[in-house]
Design a protein around this ligand. Structure first.
Ligand code: PEP
Ligand code: MN
Length: 348
């Protein structure tokens, strides 16, 4: 249920409504918009909406028909902007996160960070704890990897995102990173999601390999219900009958999520395509479809990468893609990397 307060509702009236809902055993999430305050009411109890609707200062009481409440646009009509210092995800600017699939060596991380920064990325990506399909594949460098990534991010004035797979890694990852990444395989790890609801850092929640958009938004709801409002959704492709690409990148998820939810959505064309010769096409399409950002795998030497080499772009390819996105973004009223970037070395 959503309680929409009148534009002129006083603080005392709002507090009275909140108090009576809390008394009825409900959790109340307050969203203070430009014009009105909206109260998202969740919980297992039943409240008589007729009684609430006649309270002073209440404009209307709406039933949210979707199973997710706090993630829905009915609760919060204006889009959420996740702010990390000067980086705003969900605003006019399309934010690009880029870097290797996994941190491997100091040289790899630093060279790649320098390249993505030069091309206009704002956030460095890189895994230190890797959810690999095979237990025999490279599992990541753990804290050593996080240290390398943080140093490289700081050296190039980039924010840092890295994957958290388990509750017991949260404290360590929080020490080094600006955004927690929840991978596709953990989208339904509800214990982890609940704990991230109490974290003080933004969470990028990837769509599960076979999750519907509704299931994905319900997973976001776990984090929001814990009080962490900074959730970024990430479409990374889903499993279908098609085998030509690693996953089927669901481009329609972008406008669908924009309609259903206020949360920002970014696209991961690397895992969507699974091959580097198709990443740029999907990235361009995602920006044109309204994605708030991209997360892209780039490696200084992808042919020797310890994970996801086939889908990792060479820095020169990434650089060219960024130049193309600078043409596409303004066509749909967005910007991308406003600062002038260093001269690029590619040619047509
Ligand atoms: C990754 O970002 O490297 C990763 C493991 O992604 P996903 O969870 O989408 O498979
Ligand atoms: Mn990867």
């Amino acid at each position: 249920m959503v309680v929409v307060m009148e534009e002129r509702a006083t603080e005392a009236q709002i507090e009275k409504v909140v108090a009576s809902l809390v008394e009825a055993g409900m959790d109340v999430h307050r969203s203070t918009g430009v014009n009105r305050t909206v109260l998202g009411v969740v919980g297992a109890h039943k409240v008589d909406s007729a009684l609430i609707s006649v309270m002073d200062g209440v404009h209307e009481v709406l039933r949210i028909t979707e199973p997710y409440k706090l993630a829905s646009r009915t609760f919060k009509p204006e889009g959420t902007v996740v702010v990390i210092d000067d980086v705003r995800i969900g605003g006019d600017e399309v934010i690009v996160m880029a870097g290797p699939c996994s941190a491997e060596t100091e040289e790899q991380v630093f060279t790649t960070a320098a390249a993505v920064k030069k091309a206009g990325a704002k956030i460095l990506r890189g895994g230190a704890f890797k959810p690999r399909s095979s237990p025999y594949s490279f599992q990541g460098l753990g804290e050593v990897g996080l240290q390398m990534l943080r140093r490289a991010a700081d050296a190039h004035n980039l924010k840092l995102i890295s994957e958290v797979m388990d509750i017991n890694q949260m404290e360590l990852i929080a020490k080094y990173c600006d955004i927690f990444q929840v991978g596709a395989r953990n989208m339904q790890n509800y214990t982890l999601l609940r704990e991230l609801g109490h974290a003080r850092k933004p969470v990028l929640l990837k769509r599960g390999i076979s999750a519907t958009i509704e299931e994905w938004l319900l997973s976001a709801e776990y984090i929001l219900a814990g009080g962490n409002n900074d959730v970024i959704l990430c479409e990374r492709g889903i499993r279908t009958f098609e085998t030509a690409t690693r996953n089927t990148f669901d481009i329609s998820a972008i406008p669908v999520v924009k309609k259903l939810s206020h949360l920002p959505i970014v696209a991961d064309p690397s895992h969507g395509a699974g091959r580097r010769d198709m990443v740029a096409q999907l990235a361009r399409a995602a920006v044109a479809a309204g994605a708030d950002g991209l997360i892209i795998e780039v490696h200084n030497d992808p042919d020797h990468a310890l994970s996801d080499g086939a889908q990792s772009m060479f820095p020169v390819q990434f650089d060219r893609l960024m130049a193309e996105l600078r043409i596409i973004a303004p066509a749909i009223g967005r910007s991308i990397c406003l600062e002038p970037v260093a001269r690029r070395g590619w040619s047509r």
